[in-house]
Design a protein around this ligand. Structure first.
Ligand SMILES: [Zn+2]
Ligand SMILES: [Zn+2]
Length: 536
């Protein structure tokens, strides 16, 4: 059996394990890569997936970093079954269409830019709404704990991962040449005590465990005081008549925030007249799906429901569906709570809200989820003095709050608790879905506690699993990280610098108006160069 890591290897996004076993080639998750331009280029270079050559796909949960490339696979020729839980299927349906809509809009904007510049061949969208709709016809849904056989010799079972509605940890039993190998793929492991969803389940012991390590080096700070922290952020900006901007995933995090605001309101800790906007068409549809799957809620949420309360209801709650309503929020004066996506501020309406509020003293930006390296959200959490939005630098004067208690991910000790039953029975452990520091820290703990040498695979790396043998790793470093050709770039720059100096000799003979134009352009180039140097 062979497993190749097509994403979330020494990073958190793009989750995808490509597996070859029992004569089948299948993958677990097919997530979108998020980060800088070079990382996101991986979303287009989907040849390494050989999409028309995949026999089936298993999806752990609906987050885009685990599912966002499914329509791309369909676009490139995949047309077999996609297995997931029923709630995941419903969430995927709306999330992938939303993602496709964003892809189409971005491609349209790009095409206009190309036209204005007289350039040809603008890039096509990564995939279209039609691709996303076709993807939904391939879903085959299976409830938790119901073992199914997607291919002869391969049995699969979903367990509740307690991360978002419908999220799962996957247990696989693979029988090749009469020998059975068992594997666990953690998916994203939830935080016990999270609102709405149940605590993560313990899957059966396995020979190999592939686990996420997002918070492998950290505990969530002040996990129990998150409600008070949110109340504090609201009070701060309410007092200043400014807005509270909460970047949040439309699914789960938005519903958790609503739940929390519902509780604060009940406790009299929410200003009575403050409007709350959920500025995400996706979030309203997601909330409807949550309401349809109440049987998956944890005890506290079930208790509220049994008392006839709707945990997502608030007196001044407004859902904004179209762009005009969204823009009207920014024209409105006074304090308001705005919950909008994306959660990492790299796409969607949240970028407009940041542009309008980030530079305002007295406003608050409240982070309630993980911020991946390279995203604007990460820069804000790490106290950037300014960030670039729509190609323009925007000052950060708003107060930045980071609340750990809403995270959908287990913290370090919770991850350790999750893996202990596996580690103490001698499972081989592979760490994925984490940045290097988190993974190294967690690997060191596993070594110290259980004397286990965890494997930390790199992007595109392959591992062969042979019973009773140490896993064999094959690297593809050149393909994974093509080296930057600095020599070529510097050569080009040197050449231009020579031409520039040459032309400078006669510049003072040009008409004065032309000279002032050129001077202004040079000042802009100088500004760009200064920014570049300060980033180096
Ligand atoms: Zn997730
Ligand atoms: Zn994830």
């Amino acid at each position: 059996m062979k497993v190749q890591f097509l994403g979330a290897a020494r990073t958190v996004t793009g989750s995808c394990y490509m597996i070859e076993a029992c004569g089948a080639r299948f993958c677990i998750d097919c997530g979108m890569h998020q980060g800088n331009k070079a990382i996101e280029e991986r979303n287009r270079n989907t040849k390494v997936y050989y999409p028309s050559n995949i026999d089936f796909i298993l999806v752990t949960h609906a987050h885009i970093d685990h599912s966002g490339l499914l329509p791309r696979m369909v676009h490139e020729g995949f047309e077999k079954n996609i297995y997931c839980t029923p709630a995941t299927g419903e969430l995927l349906n709306i999330m992938l269409q939303d993602s496709a809509h964003i892809q189409e809009m971005e491609a349209l904007a790009e095409r206009k830019k190309y036209n204005r510049r007289g350039l040809e061949n603008p890039p096509d969208p990564l995939y279209t709404v039609e691709d996303a709709q076709k993807t939904a016809t391939l879903f085959s849904t299976v409830d938790y704990h119901n073992t199914f056989e997607p291919h002869s010799g391969i049995k699969a079972t979903f367990y509740d991962a307690g991360h978002i509605l419908g999220s799962s940890t996957l247990y696989l039993e693979v029988t090749e040449d009469g020998k059975k190998t068992t594997l666990v793929f953690s998916g994203d492991i939830g935080r016990p005590q999270a609102l709405i969803v149940r605590d993560p389940e313990t899957p059966p012991p396995a020979d190999y465990v592939f686990m996420e390590t997002t918070y492998g080096d950290r505990e969530h700070k002040n996990e129990t005081s998150s409600h008070e922290e949110l109340a504090e952020a609201i009070a701060y900006s309410y007092k200043n008549h400014e807005k509270i901007i909460i970047p949040a995933f439309a699914v789960e995090r938005t519903q958790e925030i609503l739940y929390c605001l519902h509780m604060l309101n009940k406790a009299g800790k929410l200003p009575e007249d403050i409007p709350v906007f959920v500025d995400s068409p996706l979030a309203i549809r997601a909330t409807e799906i949550f309401e349809r799957h109440k049987k998956l809620f944890d005890e506290d949420a079930t208790e509220l429901l049994s008392q006839g309360e709707n945990p997502f209801a608030l007196p001044n709650l407004k859902y904004t569906m179209n762009a005009d309503e969204s823009k009207a929020i920014n024209d409105m004066s006074g304090s308001a709570i705005v919950i909008s996506a994306s959660g990492m501020c790299n796409a969607g309406r949240i970028k407009h809200h940041l542009r309008h509020n980030l530079w305002r003293k007295g406003a608050s930006i409240v982070f309630v989820g993980y911020q991946a390296l390279g995203t604007p959200g990460r820069k804000l959490v790490e106290n950037a003095k300014s960030i670039t939005l729509f190609g323009e630098d925007v000052d950060v004067a708003a107060k930045i709050f980071t609340i750990g208690g809403f995270s959908g991910h287990a913290g370090q000790s919770q991850l350790l608790e999750w893996v202990t039953p596996q580690a103490s029975q001698g499972a081989k452990i592979v760490l994925t879905h984490g940045e290097e520091k988190a993974q190294d820290t967690f690997a060191a703990i596993l070594k110290e506690r259980f004397n286990i040498e965890a494997i930390i695979p790199a992007y595109l790396e392959e591992v062969s699993l042979v019973a009773n043998e140490a896993p064999q790793l094959v690297q593809h470093e050149q393909m994974a990280h093509p080296p930057v050709d600095w020599e070529f770039l510097i050569g080009q720059l040197d050449q231009k610098w020579d031409i520039f100096k040459d032309k400078l000799n006669t510049i003072d003979q040009r008409p004065w108006v032309e000279q002032t134009d050129l001077r202004d352009q040079l000042a802009r180039a100088d500004y760009a160069l200064t920014r570049l140097i300060s980033r180096m």
